[in-house]
Design a protein around this ligand. Structure first.
Ligand code: SF4
Length: 466
């Protein structure tokens, strides 16, 4: 499917700071992101309150995920054996290219023309749509948010709400251009248009593609949660279902899945449970009416196993709820595209350097944080995101060969390590009260000042207080 709005190609600035600056000047984007993330956070708070003791459940979820990571190869083997015994096919992909080749092979063998897709961040990670379209296959995104951004020719800007940066008037323009007649900016009308538009694609598709939220080793099951029913249609109507699963997205037992699911929807959308929880264990069996003839699961490594056993391993506990994005003061101001990475927000700032160390974001994104710790506080599996961001900064600082930077930090460290040095620097800062407002409004100092307010310092520092 090609984008319906022919806007001139907009060049993406190379550096985070420039992309963030562009987003900061986009009032509509900021209002849309702020509005949606506020709603999601309020919903999370209420939904977690529905658990008897959410802290206990979160601790248990962390234990479950950490136990999986400590024995991941064995657990994956057990899951694959069980799924294959029920007629599923498991493919192991070391990297994005391998994953794409596996899927292209299946599409070629089946003579597939049309593929329908449910939401899958793993498919974004391997740039699947462009690879399929380059080989002549048509791909239709069926999640409403993904459908919107496919029409806009964009990428998702949030883990669970891909079109979070768009409001209903943006969608009105996109749908009107797609329909060839006016589709009003009423949300029910827009959803109705998308439903009618996508219905025939489900029926005509040769292959359905989905992600995997969580697999269960003891039965070889894959679990997929969603709210629109498009995931269920993608996985049960076309004759072939291909699921793409990050290698860490697995638990051992159904009891463990129960704990993870009790936190996932609550943390993501503020629901006790998603509207649809699809649990798939193999293709259609003889005598069954629904389900695909073939089920393939592509298990994606793509840098994950390199993180196992390191001080960053815990990042693989992530259940992709998106809560850390919603509370992050950086993400809330600039949205997801400023990160120029498949994964934005705090999870993206940690995951991008680990999965893709050579990307420009690998060095920049750990700096895109205020280190306030709100992300770690809301994370349902208690990933210490702020600690990891600091460690990544530390790692990069040690590798930085810039003489000036080293000298600057050495001088600062020397100054603050002695009492007179500390007193001197704080006295200088106090004397410069009000200086910030007199900084030039142009150039890099002006850019720094534009969105910041510097609180006045106290008259005396803590050491000199009685
Ligand atoms: S890091 Fe935690 S809060 Fe962020 S998406 Fe993953 S599970 Fe959710």
């Amino acid at each position: 499917m090609t984008p319906t709005v022919d806007s001139p190609p907009v060049s993406v600035p190379v550096h985070f700071i420039d992309r963030a600056d562009r987003a900061l000047h986009d009032e509509q984007l900021r209002a849309a992101v702020r509005h949606a993330t506020d709603l999601l956070m309020k919903g999370r708070q209420v939904a977690l309150g529905g658990l008897e003791d959410s802290d206990v459940v979160r601790d248990e979820a962390r234990r479950i995920r950490s136990r999986v990571l400590s024995r991941l190869p064995d657990i994956l083997d057990r899951w694959a054996t069980n799924l294959e015994a029920r007629g599923g096919h498991v493919h192991w992909a070391t990297d994005a290219d391998e994953a794409v080749e596996i899927i292209l092979d299946i599409a070629r063998r089946r003579g597939a023309r049309l593929l329908v897709k449910g939401k899958s961040m793993a498919s974004e990670e391997i740039h699947l749509n462009s690879a399929l379209e380059a080989r002549g296959h048509e791909v239709v995104e069926t999640d409403l948010g993904e459908f919107i951004i496919q029409l806009a020719g964009e990428t998702p800007s949030h883990l669970i709400a891909p079109a979070i940066h768009k409001d209903r008037y943006d969608v009105e323009k996109l749908f009107t251009a797609d329909a060839g007649h006016h589709v009003g900016p009423d949300i029910t009308e827009e959803a109705g248009y998308a439903r009618r538009r996508l219905r025939s694609s489900f029926l005509e598709a040769d292959i359905g593609i989905s992600g995997v939220n969580c697999a269960v080793a003891e039965t070889g099951t894959i679990g997929l949660v969603e709210n629109e029913g498009n995931g269920r249609l993608c996985t049960s109507v076309p004759p072939v279902h291909i699921a793409i699963m990050g290698m860490e997205r697995i638990v051992e037992t159904w009891e463990d899945l129960d704990v993870i699911l009790s936190l996932l929807a609550r943390s993501a959308t503020g629901q006790p449970l998603s509207v649809y929880t699809n649990l798939i264990t193999g293709p259609k069996r003889p005598g069954e009416l629904d389900g695909p003839e073939e089920l393939h699961v592509v298990v994606l490594d793509n840098g994950r196993s390199a993180a196992l056993g390191t001080e960053y391993a815990e990042i693989l506990n992530c259940i992709r709820c998106g809560a850390c994005l919603n509370v992050c003061p950086v993400y809330r101001q600039v949205g997801g595209h400023a990160y120029d990475s498949v994964y934005g927000g705090p999870i993206g700032a940690v995951l991008t350097p680990l999965l893709n160390p050579a990307s420009p974001g690998g060095r920049e994104l750990p700096e895109a944080s205020s280190l306030c710790g709100a992300c770690a506080e809301v994370c349902p599996v208690r990933i210490p995101l702020d600690d990891m961001l600091l460690r990544l900064r530390h790692r990069d600082a040690r590798a930085d060969s810039s003489r000036m930077r080293r000298l600057g930090f050495s001088a600062w460290s020397w100054l603050w390590a002695t009492r007179p040095g500390y007193a001197l620097s704080t006295a200088a800062a106090r004397r410069s009260r009000g200086l910030a407002s007199r900084l030039p409004s142009r150039g890099w100092l002006g850019a720094w000042r534009e969105f910041r307010e510097i609180p006045p310092m106290g008259r005396r520092d803590r050491r000199s207080r009685p």
